[in-house]
Design a protein around this ligand. Structure first.
Ligand code: 2NL
Length: 338
């Protein structure tokens, strides 16, 4: 009997050595330690043994059971480790090149806005923000656009309520700043989203604008022209020329449209400048006395100039983009070119 139990231990050891899978190890457990396993069966024969042998046999049998249990445990640990390292070898090839994470970059409109604002702040303008949902007073009335004025149609917008609109330009920020600050000099650049009921290849119902306002004692048209000359050189380079053409805006008098020399053909005449050698880039003028009054300033004491430009328009000119919708489609093949 004693020999038999040791034989079982040896057999179990040999069987485990061959067991290389989880299932094989479990089969060994069932064969030796299971309810009807070899160790259980031999323990059942104890009843027929002489009293004197039982104690020693029982101790031995329990020892063998514990040993086999330990061996099973070790075998399954070894199996798990082998499996894990095989998995790691397979899934991590340290010799492969890494997965690159591409750097993010500025949207072309953000880039254009930043460049413009850098030029304006370097000239002494402070950046001012305001609400996109505006009261009719700040968006129209204060800008000399009364209810029956045809400019209301040119700047048709989205109404939130009868007197509440999505702003059609950033000028309401200038009105708010003049009213809040009271004391000139007022020198601000206001960037932001603006809204109009307009949609084609060069117009979007949501677009971006930057406006300049400079109000102080004795601000003249010469200050406007000087500021624009320096600004255009900063953005488009020393060779860039500019000219002013008389124009009309309800909120400026006199008003001027500003052109720059065509950078695409060096003023020889091309498709971009329609043969003229000049490209219109912004609108400007001296702040109308009525607008100063609406902003609670005295036109007898102070004067000012204002400039308005479309960020999309400037970016389209700068990068030669012919459809405004490319800016809003989030197509990386487009965006990554700038
Ligand atoms: C354009 C023209 C312009 C202004 C905007 C302005 C603001 C105040 C008073 C007077 Cl508070 N004027 N802004 C002046 C002239 C032109 O915008 O073509 N924008 C895209």
């Amino acid at each position: 009997m004693q020999g038999e139990i040791e034989g079982i231990l040896g057999e179990a050891q040999a069987a485990l050595k061959k067991a290389k899978t989880h299932e094989a190890i479990e089969a060994v457990r069932v064969e030796y330690l299971g309810k009807k396993g070899k160790v259980s069966l031999i323990l059942k024969t104890m009843g027929q043994m002489p009293e004197s042998d039982r104690r020693e046999f029982g101790l031995k049998a329990n020892q063998v059971r514990d040993l086999i249990d330990k061996m099973l445990e070790e075998a399954s640990n070894t199996f798990q480790q082998v499996q894990r390292s095989a998995f790691l070898e397979e899934s991590i090839d340290v010799s492969l090149p890494g997965n690159g994470r591409p750097m993010g970059f500025e949207h072309p409109l953000a880039q254009m806005s930043r460049e413009l604002l850098e030029a304006f702040t370097s000239l002494g303008f402070e950046i001012a923000h305001g609400p996109e949902i505006e009261h009719d007073f700040y968006n129209f009335e204060a800008l000399n656009i009364p209810k029956d004025h045809p400019a209301r149609e040119m700047q048709d917008t989205f109404y939130i309520a009868p007197e509440v609109v999505l702003r059609t330009q950033t000028s309401p920020v200038q009105i708010r700043t003049m009213i809040a600050q009271r004391e000139p000099p007022i020198r601000i650049a206001s960037p932001g989203r603006v809204y109009r009921r307009d949609q084609d290849v060069t117009h979007s119902p949501i677009f971006h604008q930057i406006e300049l306002l400079y109000v102080d004692r004795n601000v003249s048209f010469a200050d406007l022209k000087g500021t624009l000359t320096i600004f255009i050189e900063q953005i488009f380079g020393k060779g860039a020329k500019m000219r002013m053409r008389p124009s009309y805006f309800p909120f400026t008098e006199p008003s001027a449209e500003v052109d720059m020399s065509c950078f695409a053909c060096d003023q020889k005449g091309c498709r971009l400048c329609k043969g003229s050698g000049w490209i219109e880039i912004l609108g400007s003028g001296m702040v109308d006395p009525e607008v100063l009054k609406a902003a609670q300033l005295d036109p007898e004491k102070v004067s000012g100039f204002a400039v308005g430009m479309g960020v999309e328009r400037l970016a389209m000119l700068k990068y030669g983009i012919n459809d405004i919708r490319y800016f809003y489609e989030n197509e990386l093949r487009f965006l990554s070119q700038f």
